[in-house]
Design a protein around this ligand. Structure first.
Ligand code: SF4
Ligand code: ZN
Length: 298
């Protein structure tokens, strides 16, 4: 019989320490520089909401000549319009400009998952990665920021170890410099915890969605790693950040080129590791499926 382990949150949140930690990450790794135009990928959840709020707060308080904007992808699911409305309210509340892109203009994620038999989260992830590079770059961004937090990166680390994808772990950095058409990616919350992000949003009264879509929680597949992290923190509450700090330092010292060989997709011209990018491959599969909307020219 399987035993449901309920993760409690026995660790108190200190918002002052959290804020200082995030701001010091931004300074130490030069996540924000003069003249930057940073698009924050805002899904509607607490983490990206906190990333947007803190980056804006940092730029405003340090009076840096940089712009912080929000980018939201409407995934085209049943709940997506509701999430988009919440993101609009958030952007208004924070006084940042918001650009909304509709995934369906590029690929119908649900139809592609059905046609290929791939898990919806895998198709959704490919489309999000594609759009979060292409769209902000075309809008003039110098960097794109995401709300990934410490526990996301630890889950990614252990998953890659278990899957023998050792090279992928070199990408665990606060700042992943761009190359050619690939935008520089920044992770201001890399040393922040999910409960801290949630507490910040609640303390500021910012609207966020508990779930990113009707298919579940992004990251639900990492539940076991989250349980492991919480168990380790019972002995040492800062174990998670110490472990991640070690991984980041290791990567900075011994990490290799993180992008590998980057080609351009023969169909859309976007960066790709193969001849045709992941999204165009899906679009090609859909092109042969009857009854589907023809894709918009890229
Ligand atoms: Fe996409 Fe997350 Fe929904 Fe999966 S759970 S389909 S990754 S938004
Ligand atoms: Zn392509």
């Amino acid at each position: 019989m399987s035993v449901q382990v309920r993760i409690k949150r026995p660790f108190p949140v200190d918002l002052d320490r959290y804020r200082k930690r995030v701001f010091s990450t931004i300074r130490r790794y030069r996540l924000v520089e003069m003249g930057d135009v940073i698009y924050v990928a805002v899904s509607g959840g607490k983490d990206s909401c906190a990333a947007l709020a803190l980056l804006k707060e940092y730029v405003d308080s340090a009076k840096i000549d940089a712009e912080v904007k929000a980018l939201h992808i409407n995934l085209g699911f049943k709940t997506s319009d509701r999430v988009e409305e919440a993101v609009k309210t958030l952007a208004n509340r924070l006084g940042v400009s918001l650009h909304v892109v509709h995934a369906k203009d590029y690929l119908d994620i649900e139809a592609a998952a059905r046609a290929t038999g791939r898990p919806i989260c895998s198709v959704c992830g490919a489309v999000k990665r594609y759009l979060l590079n292409k769209v902000p770059r075309e809008l003039g961004a110098t960097k794109v920021a995401t709300g990934h937090h410490a526990h996301d990166f630890l889950a990614y680390y252990f998953k890659n170890l278990a899957g023998r994808h050792f090279e992928w772990n070199f990408k665990i950095l606060p700042r992943l410099d761009g190359q050619g058409l690939i935008l520089t990616r920044i992770r201001p919350l890399i040393f922040a915890r999910p409960e801290e992000n949630e507490e910040l949003c609640r303390s500021l009264g910012l609207p966020f969605s508990e779930v990113c879509c009707e298919y579940g929680l992004c990251g639900a597949a990492h539940a076991e790693v989250y349980e492991m992290i919480y168990a380790a923190r019972r002995r040492d509450p800062d174990f998670d950040l110490k472990l991640l700090g070690g991984i980041v330092d290791f990567n900075l010292k011994y990490g290799r080129s993180t992008h590998g060989e980057v080609r351009r997709c023969e169909i859309c011209g976007e960066p790709s590791s193969g001849v045709i990018c992941a999204v165009c491959k899906l679009r090609l599969r859909l092109g042969t499926s009857p009854g589907l909307k023809s894709p918009k020219p890229l």
